[in-house]
Design a protein around this ligand. Sequence first.
Ligand code: C5P
Length: 227
Amino acid sequence: DKKITIAIDGYSSTGKSTLAKQLAKKLGYVYVDTGAMYRAIAFFSMQHGYINTDSFDKEALINSLPSIRLQFQFNPDLGFAEMYLNDENVEKQIRTIEVSSFVSKVAEIPEVRTKLVEQQQEMGKNKGIVMDGRDIGTVVFPDAELKIFMTASAQTRAQRRYDELVQKGDTVTFEEVYKNVEERDYIDTHRSNSPLVRADDAVEIDNSNLNREEQFNLVLNLVDEIL
Ligand code: C5P
């Protein structure tokens, strides 16, 4: 059985993880949400007071990187893996709007990226993996057999993220979410280290007007062509 690597990149809230989970389930592959890893580091920085709305002590974070251990643990009840930070399940804590507001600043730090990219490459060394993020097709797995680059209008994306947060009981305003989505996209596309950019050989999917099923079938056809 041929196993491949599937890299899914794109802007915030384009539905990358929904697609990646569907694919992993269908193919029996491992799914890795790399955004969760950057979020866990941002959460750690908040917990230790390294980052707040006024300041960011990058040196302190860089110095404590060796003490940060990230692991994914599959939860059979949920059907996907949850993020553990130094043995603590932080799956809920890393999805807040507060973490979202700091994560892109943390993800700009080269030392942070080096650490996480290494771990991601290790997780994918035997293929049979679907990984989503911002630099998977460009930096983590430049040789991935299938690369998808997802886009959607900012309005569509903010609405999705807003619905998701409200459903979880978060009290946020649509404007707040919209602003965060735009801010993160700006930082992610403008950073000097591994900026978010479509790999030359990635297939671009704008899903503003595609439902989940249409999008899934489109990508399954691409997979079938390779396998
Ligand atoms: O995917 P998600 O929206 O959870 O990612 C949160 C943030 O983590 C992104 O906005 C980006 O700043 C950072 N990230 C990254 N590289 C990745 C995955 C996420 O820089 N591969």
